[in-house]
Design a protein around this ligand. Structure first.
Ligand code: CTP
Length: 215
């Protein structure tokens, strides 16, 4: 049904020195299940661009990257040919301003590390999106979740936003189960807490429905 699919997954890691990096708690399970479900449904060839994770799907064009800047370069190369793009990766918002080529030695009681903002890959894709391309983003929010989701849907020109409410009851990151909301121009739909494999199936149901409606 869709010809070409691009999925990003996992965390990015931002090097500080040869042995240290900044990253986040993303396990890569959601992206993995989105690719596996696309394969089961035979939706089309999948390009899978991922940060470091053990969750690597079969039967995809696999591109492994580390930093946000590497992910951006790989995504920009494959986005123009993609019909459905799903940015499930937890891209680090900031990187160390400086890469220290020698291992940082411990010195004083405090160390200040200056960070530089990473490019927002999804925002750039939203600006470059053409007719017929479907763009799906994720959001992790802890407060004003629906207002923030609506703002991201519009600002990033998304067709669908998968909204995670991060709380003690639903940590989401690294867990097998997740409770999400599907946010689109049609409104907000709450899904029950379910396995990430089932979340992936429901996300694909929604993408195919949206693409069906938009011709
Ligand atoms: N994303 C991206 N590039 C970044 C940061 C995020 O492409 N530098 C994408 C993620 O893949 C995800 C979406 O943007 O699909 C939402 O990320 P999130 O961290 O929830 O929100 P941000 O837009 O980064 O905003 P904020 O951190 O202020 O909530």
């Amino acid at each position: 049904m869709c010809s070409r699919i691009l999925i990003t997954s996992g965390p990015t890691i931002e090097p500080i020195d040869p042995v240290r990096f900044l990253s986040n708690r993303s396990s890569g399970q959601t992206g993995f299940h989105l690719a596996a479900e696309a394969g089961r449904r035979r939706l089309g060839p999948v390009t899978f661009i991922t940060g470091p994770t053990v969750f690597l799907p079969d039967d995809v064009e696999l591109i492994q990257v580390e930093s946000a800047q590497e992910m951006r370069a790989a995504v920009n190369e494959h986005f123009p040919a993609s019909d459905v793009t799903i940015m499930a990766a937890a891209v680090s918002d900031y990187r160390s301003l400086k890469y220290y080529p020698e291992k940082l030695k411990k010195r004083g009681e405090r160390l200040t590390l200056e960070l530089a903002k990473n490019p927002d890959i999804l925002l750039e894709l939203g600006r470059a999106k053409r007719r017929g391309q479907t763009l799906v983003g994720f959001a992790a929010e802890t407060e004003d979740i629906f207002a923030n989701a609506q703002r991201k849907l519009e600002a990033k020109n998304l067709d669908l936003l998968v909204l995670n409410e991060i709380s003690a009851e639903n940590p989401a990151f690294g867990m097998v189960e997740n409770q999400v909301y599907l946010v689109s121009a049609d409104g907000v739909r709450k899904l029950e807490k379910m396995s990430k494999a089932l979340v992936a199936a429901r996300v694909w149901d929604e993408i195919l429905a949206l693409r069906g409606r938009n011709g």
